[in-house]
Design a protein around this ligand. Structure first.
Ligand SMILES: C[S@@+](CC[C@H](N)C(=O)[O-])C[C@H]1O[C@@H](n2cnc3c(N)ncnc32)[C@H](O)[C@@H]1O
Length: 260
């Protein structure tokens, strides 16, 4: 296998921003798995599981820098400094993030900070949750005649509020993949309804996709927020809204929260 290193002539140290995918270690890229095994220091988020961390080499330093759902800037600044400090000390640093580093992963901020610190960085993509949910449900996220676009949305601003998306545009169709949406789901659904999306539009929430504890909660735009609240559960949750969600069928070995 070709071994590539982080680029950046004249820079001190190197670091890798690596996507760990949705949880199942089999969904790591080969490159991610290799880098995890080579790293001297691994800084990981709370959504990165033990099976993935077990790929680290003996003696590697594993640092949990995780905090689910939004991170205060001060803590993010400390993470940025930590990566740069280890990299400049000549250690191979892998910053491991759930899903993809550049999809609601604050990878852009870390990249900018490392560049400013003179650290060479390479970014390794991971499977973002929306794609993993589509595959797990066997639901195409775009589908001819049914969904001509896919919107990846956060439902959570820095202050924990629902962001001011263009609800009218979003209500026109296509597939909506909602990240960090459990708390603001009632408001989000209300905004889409007000903007004209049909109440019977299919929706499905998936908790802990690709992990043994995965759960699926089907519903409609009108009732998905209530169903998710009633189902409870601690795992990270992604919500799909759009016609394609109706194509999800119960599969053997998966846990479904029954629709009424
Ligand atoms: C801070 S964002 C990180 C997204 C990540 N960078 C990605 O590309 O998937 C965290 C959100 O991603 C979603 N998420 C991450 N892992 C998940 C999983 N295994 N199952 C369901 N949702 C997940 C949830 O919406 C969670 O609140």
């Amino acid at each position: 296998m070709t071994s590539r290193t982080a680029s950046g002539a004249g820079m001190a140290g190197r670091a890798f921003l690596v996507g760990a995918g949705p949880g199942d270690p089999d969904l790591l890229t080969l490159k991610a798995a290799r880098l995890i095994g080579e790293a001297d220091v691994l800084l990981f988020d709370s959504l990165v599981g033990r099976e993935i961390l077990a790929l680290a080499k003996p003696g590697a330093r594993l640092v949990d820098v995780g905090k689910r759902c939004g991170r205060p800037s001060a803590q993010q600044a400390a993470i940025n400094r930590l990566i740069a400090t280890h990299a400049r000390a000549g250690r191979m640093v892998v910053r491991l993030k759930g899903g993809d580093p550049f999809v609601f992963g604050r990878g852009g901020e870390e990249l900018a900070s490392l560049r400013a610190a003179g650290v060479a960085v390479e970014v390794v993509p991971g499977i973002t949750t929306a794609l993993a949910v589509g595959a797990a449900l066997q639901v195409p996220l775009t589908h001819r005649g049914m969904a001509r676009g896919l919107h990846l949305l956060t439902a959570h601003t820095r202050e924990g509020e629902l962001p001011a998306h263009d609800w009218t545009a979003l209500a026109r169709g296509g597939t909506l993949a909602i990240y960090m949406g459990v708390r603001t789901l009632p408001l989000l659904a209300a905004r889409l309804l007000t903007a004209g999306m049909a109440p019977e539009t299919p929706a499905i929430a998936v908790q802990s996709v690709t992990l043994p504890e995965e759960r699926r909660i089907p519903g409609t735009l009108a009732d998905i927020a209530d169903r998710v609240a009633a189902a409870g559960g601690e795992g990270p949750t992604l919500v799909l809204i759009g016609e394609i969600a109706a194509m999800a069928l119960p599969a053997a070995g998966t846990s479904w929260v029954a629709a009424a």
